[in-house]
Write a protein that binds this ligand. Structure first.
Ligand code: GDP
Ligand code: ZN
Length: 443
């Protein structure tokens, strides 16, 4: 096992840079560099020292600490060097460290990977840590920290499944001779199913909070999409023009709603067109709709019949997308209240005017509510492997549908394998690589 090191503080230059070492040689390297070759390092005690290069030149004065495993972040022996945060110091230190036998620069996420392998962290916690590192808003930070505590829930689920599989297997082996029926296994499975459903929905919202929400503005050209976007973000970002079909390419702006980062994309409408450039825009708009979590269906308040068409267009791309209808240009209505032929209860259009700014606050409030609905209940333990959980859910559902004990056991076993991956018990290398590749070096 090699000893790895990396800069674990932020971008240089900075007041102080922290270089962390992890692995069996951490203590020795620190002793050699601080010229305490035969001395003993006081564990967990910061000390002031001078760090020397192999040719005896001084690299920097530093504060240093030696943290013997296993009660460290990685579970291995660790050393931390607090040096002056200049590029020259850190580069020289890195070069010097690399010259030790069996010491090398860490790869992305390698510290966390070692922590994972040493049982210091399960997969849910690792995902939480990744999200925490990347958190930009306070809400993202809170959700990420909740996720880091999600491990126990997965472990409990795994134990429940082990028991259910055990019982189902007993049934296969001993049939009616054991004191347990398939119905009892199913009662147990039902409880597992309920837990899984909760986890799936909270993992989905954690994932959304992490990546942010995508909001796409859809509507006929010239209905005021760009103007509304400018109003929502309160600055001039999109091109507003009086010629229909001007917004040919998509413009993206970021808007934080309820602590969740969102991206607004302004698109050309989906109307049929002969113009090649515009057709290109229509294709892109389709893609944007596919990727979106929320669509604003924007129409000219004087032409309410457009709404049904736009909703149909959006639904032709994505049936489950959350649609918020917006009746814009209400200032041109001359006293009439906006109406729509395609109203449903949650589909009452928000009346707005991008010119007078009437209704913009209401639209923002409506968006905040929709965002809140999509990312509910931040207090529940959030697991992130949404797909894995969904697969496990399907398996448990299938186990409930069968009257054959062997088939029931088979599906429960599949669910157990999947949940095992989540808890780290049978995690695959591919999942780990994908996850830890999203870490920064030094974590
Ligand atoms: P887009 O093509 O849907 O992005 O529409 P734009 O935002 O480019 O707006 C097209 C034209 O409609 C511009 O001249 C805007 O000034 C005007 N416009 C946008 N919103 C409103 C509104 O609420 N009321 C009025 N009267 N004009 C608007
Ligand atoms: Zn536009």
């Amino acid at each position: 096992m090699s000893t790895i090191f990396a800069l674990s503080s932020g971008a240089l230059p900075s007041a102080i840079a922290i270089v962390r070492l992890s692995g069996p040689k951490s203590g020795e390297v620190l002793r050699v560099m601080s010229r305490r070759r035969n001395g003993v390092l006081d564990p967990r005690k910061m000390f002031y020292t001078r760090l020397h290069d192999h040719d005896e030149t001084l690299i920097d004065t530093a504060m240093a600490v030696y943290l013997p495993g296993p009660s460290t972040f990685t579970g291995e022996d660790t050393a931390e060097l607090f040096v002056h945060g200049s590029r020259a110091v850190v580069n020289t230190l890195a070069r010097s460290l690399s010259q030790f036998d069996g010491v090398r620069h860490a790869k992305r996420g390698e510290f966390s990977k070692r922590a994972f392998y040493n049982g210091k962290m399960d997969l849910a916690a690792a995902r939480g840590l990744r999200d925490l590192i990347h958190a930009e808003t306070d809400r993202q930070r809170r959700v990420a920290q909740k996720q880091m505590d999600a491990g126990p829930a997965v472990r409990q689920l795994r134990e429940d499944l082990v028991e259910a599989v055990g019982r189902a297997t007993l049934l296969i082996d001993f049939g009616e001779h054991v004191d347990c029926t398939l119905d009892e296994v199913k009662v147990q499975s039902l409880a597992i199913l309920e837990k899984l459903r909760k986890m799936v929905s909270s993992s989905r919202s954690a994932e959304i909070v992490h990546r942010g929400l995508r909001i796409v503005l859809v509507g006929r050209p010239n209905t005021g999409k760009s103007s509304l976007m400018n109003r929502l973000v309160q600055r001039d970002v999109a091109i507003v023009s009086e010629t229909a079909g001007t917004t040919r390419d998509s413009i993206e702006v970021r808007l934080v709603l309820n602590g969740i980062p969102t991206t607004l994309t302004d698109t050309a409408g989906l109307r049929e067109t002969d113009c090649t450039v515009e057709r290109e825009g229509v294709a892109r708009a389709k893609k944007r709709i596919e990727e979106a979590d929320i669509a604003l269906a924007i129409f000219d308040a004087r032409r309410p019949e457009e709404l049904a068409e736009i909703i149909a267009e959006i639904e032709s791309v994505d049936k489950t997308l959350c649609i918020v209808p917006v009746a814009n240009k209400c200032d041109l209505l001359e006293g009439k209240t906006p109406s729509s032929s395609a109203q449903t209860v949650q589909n009452v259009p928000v009346p707005t005017s991008a010119i007078t700014t009437d209704g913009i606050d209401a639209l923002r409030a409506k968006l905040e509510r929709v965002v809140e609905d999509l990312c509910p209940d931040e207090s529940s333990p959030s697991l992130t492997e949404f797909e894995l959980l969904s697969e496990a859910l399907t398996e448990v559902e299938q186990s409930m549908e069968t009257v054959d004990a062997a088939l029931c056991a088979h599906h429960l076993q599949n669910a157990l394998n999947i949940v095992g991956e989540l808890s780290g018990a049978t995690v695959t290398e591919a999942i780990l690589d994908r996850l830890f590749a999203q870490f920064c070096i030094g974590k």
